[in-house]
Write a protein that binds this ligand. Structure first.
Ligand SMILES: Cc1cc2nc3c(=O)[nH]c(=O)nc-3n(C[C@H](O)[C@H](O)[C@H](O)COP(=O)(O)O)c2cc1C
Length: 169
């Protein structure tokens, strides 16, 4: 018989997995949006493709799916305050964007000026899996930025800069 894993067991186990923190932005005919996400990873290098998982209950779901473009901005330690804002500490999108400097990619997508790297994506496919929409983005442009250490999230907390020293930072 297959073992059953509860939602809570899964969430507690995933909380032990260390992940880089990103802000996923979008701009287009349906408006500007942005949210903090750790559920981002590479899918393929040919064609260059990544994925982002977005909770279906997010008020921004329609916006992201309609614009069919998004930008993944990989955060540094200096962006903890910004990650909190884009995770809901501030609800007004204008105020979220006002808290940082942005550049506009050729596609029109907002890239965080001092992100480690920004991936400009065209949404190739969206698969609904359980509670989340998995957005597959074809990477059409890349912008390199800060050399600072990455902002990480583990144990339901941002990793403290002192702990990052052990990574050689
Ligand atoms: C560290 C961290 C990682 C998160 N990762 C994800 C994620 O991968 N996918 C997602 O849909 N929401 C994720 N969230 C939650 C969203 O950022 C948050 O629900 C959303 O921005 C709040 O909704 P709003 O933008 O509509 O106000 C994460 C939140 C935090 C603090």
């Amino acid at each position: 018989m297959q073992a059953q894993v509860s939602r809570l067991e899964f969430r507690d186990a995933m909380a032990r997995v260390c992940a880089p923190v990103n802000i996923i932005t979008t701009d287009g005919p349906s408006g500007r949006g942005g949210f903090t996400a750790t559920a981002m990873c590479s899918v393929s290098d040919d064609p260059p493709t990544l994925l982002v998982c977005m909770n279906e209950r997010s008020a921004q779901t329609g916006l992201f799916l309609a614009n069919r473009r998004f930008c993944v901005n990989v955060l540094t330690q200096a962006h903890q305050h910004l990650a909190a804002k884009f995770a809901g500490a501030i609800s007004d999108m204008g105020e979220r964007y006002d808290a940082a400097r942005w550049q506009v990619m050729a596609s029109g997508q907002p890239a965080l000026s001092d992100a480690i790297v920004s991936f400009d994506c065209v949404t190739e496919a969206v698969n609904r899996v359980g509670t989340h929409n998995v957005m597959f983005g074809r990477v059409v442009d890349i912008r390199h930025g800060s050399e600072e250490a990455a902002l990480l999230y583990v144990g339901r907390n941002y990793m403290q800069p002192t702990a990052l020293g052990s990574f050689g930072g």
